[in-house]
Design a protein around this ligand. Sequence first.
Ligand code: GDP
Length: 170
Amino acid sequence: LPLIAVCGRPNVGKSTLFNRLTGSRRSIVGDEPGITRDRIYGEIEWAGRDARIVDTGGVIPDDEALIPSEIFRQAQVALEEADSIVMVVDGRTELASPDRELARLLLRGGKPVFLAVNKMDTQELLAGAENFRRLGFRNVLPISAEHGSGIGDLLDEVFASLPPEEVDEE
Ligand code: GDP
């Protein structure tokens, strides 16, 4: 199945989004060789199509100083293994330099990338999402992971970016 990766700083709402997308179809994968416990995989179905999704923020170190390098390490893995990547930011905060660096890394990666500006719970908050256009993503989607708004539009775009479905030969 194609793989969608969710990246971003701590507390932007990655796991809230992940849980909304996967419902109960998720598992902490850890026992296969080469897969560490810091990543949570789930399955998602949209418009009749299945994909896997990974929340790259499973475990973030307590030590603040280690957080940026950990986010970038996770993003590198996402760039290697995912077909499509969703970067999540908290639309209620100022645009910060770790967001810029992460965006630069992801945009250079050559994979389809989408920016989900989260916590846009009400119409009034949507104006705040505009700031994040400066990160340079072509696809910027305001969402509320908690309330569910904007999620359908995000999934439409992300699924449209996945490689064509393989058809089993008879
Ligand atoms: P993660 O560290 O990126 O996985 O972030 P979490 O999913 O743990 O969310 C961090 C905090 O943001 C939690 O308190 C969530 O309840 C809150 N949160 C997540 N999504 C939304 C949203 O759409 N709106 C609001 N207002 N809060 C949200």
